[in-house]
Design a protein around this ligand. Sequence first.
Ligand SMILES: [Mg+2]
Ligand SMILES: [Zn+2]
Length: 195
Amino acid sequence: MTRAVFLDRDGVLIEDVGLLTEHSAVRVLPGVAQTLGALRARGYKLVVVSNQTVIARGLATEGGVADVHRKLQADLNADAPSTVPEIDAWYFCPHHPHANVAEYRKDCECRKPKPGMLIDAASRLGIDLKQSVMIGDRLTDVAAGAAAGCRTILVQTGQHDAPPIVGGEAAAAAAKPDHVCADLAAAGRWILEER
Ligand SMILES: [Mg+2]
Ligand SMILES: [Zn+2]
C-alpha cells in the first residue's frame, strides 16, 4: 500500500478561470511543479481528481480534457526539470445532475463532494486512504477527501470564498479541513514536515 496526495485541479494546480476548455487558458500557479516533485520524491502518489462540468455542458469532450491534461503535464515537467512532478493518474467527473448533454446527466458517484474518484484510484493504484491527503480550494473538495477517509487541506488560491457547487451545499456546510493554508506550496510543506 502506498500513500497519495489527491489534488483538485482548478484553483490548486492552475488558476481557476471558470470554464476552461483549451490549454491556451492554462496558467500553472507558482511553486506547484516543485511541490509535486517534492511530494513524489517522498513516496506520495499524485492523483488529480477534478469535476469537469465543461463536458456535461457540451463545451468540451472527454478527449479534449485529456488533451489539456497531457499538455499541463508537459508544463509541469518544464517548470521543475530537476524533479519529476509526474501525475500518476488524472481523474475527472464529466457528469452533472442538470447536464445539457443527456449522456452525462446523472447523479453519479464520482462528482465531488462524493468520494468516488478517490476510492477508484485507491483500488486501482493500491493507495491507503488513511495515510493520504486531499488538497482542494473548495469545501466540497474537503468533503470528498473526508468521505474517503483522507486528511484534508483547504488552500486559498481559488474558490475558497465562493458558494458551494450545485448539490454540494450540505457537504460543504459540514466540511472541516484539517489544515487551511495559502497555497499548494504551503500545503506540501505541511504534509512533508508532519512526517
Ligand atoms: Mg477547484
Ligand atoms: Zn461523475
